[in-house]
Write a protein that binds this ligand. Sequence first.
Ligand SMILES: CC(C)(COP(=O)(O)OP(=O)(O)OC[C@H]1O[C@@H](n2cnc3c(N)ncnc32)[C@H](O)[C@@H]1OP(=O)(O)O)[C@@H](O)C(=O)NCCC(=O)NCCS
Length: 155
Amino acid sequence: MSDVTIREMILSDIEAVCEIENKSFTTPWSKNAFIDEIKNNKLAYYIVIKSGKSVVGYAGMWLILDEAHITNVAIHPNYRGKGLANHLINGVLDSCKQKKIQKVTLEVREYNKTAISLYKKFGFYEFGKRIGYYTDTKEDAIIMWLDMDCNNIID
Ligand SMILES: CC(C)(COP(=O)(O)OP(=O)(O)OC[C@H]1O[C@@H](n2cnc3c(N)ncnc32)[C@H](O)[C@@H]1OP(=O)(O)O)[C@@H](O)C(=O)NCCC(=O)NCCS
């Protein structure tokens, strides 16, 4: 897609972000949770990906010393399978580089093979599990890590 841009999330994006969140997750974050992240959480950093004027995805992280903890990643269902998550993760890792982050971590549901495959493309590796972490399905959380000392950005 040619008209794709990435920038930091602002409050007026949250309506669109919540629509994507609700379509993407069985236990979505509330609107207030996103507002609180943007307004009050000094550790939080969120980006959106736009196609033209529409917000079509987003990602967030908490920056704790030299580690980034990815909190959410989603692309609107109508825009999936077009390489947008690749752009989004590139955007996340670009921000991490600028902020001198050394390691990036996240948790993903064990049956979310799409997301696991996405993260592995960027060099994330599985390191640990939280057994039965997701209370709705009792799925395990796979803990993944990425070391930022190699070239993680994909062209
Ligand atoms: C996971 C998600 C962000 C991928 O977004 P997307 O824009 O469709 O992904 P892309 O088209 O950029 O594909 C990137 C990579 O993801 C993986 N992927 C995408 N669709 C896939 C599919 N249907 N099956 C398997 N892997 C897939 C592949 O590794 C792909 O790389 P490739 O294009 O080289 O094969 C999207 O499916 C989503 O929002 N899911 C719901 C929310 C979610 O699960 N978030 C992750 C929580 S940890």
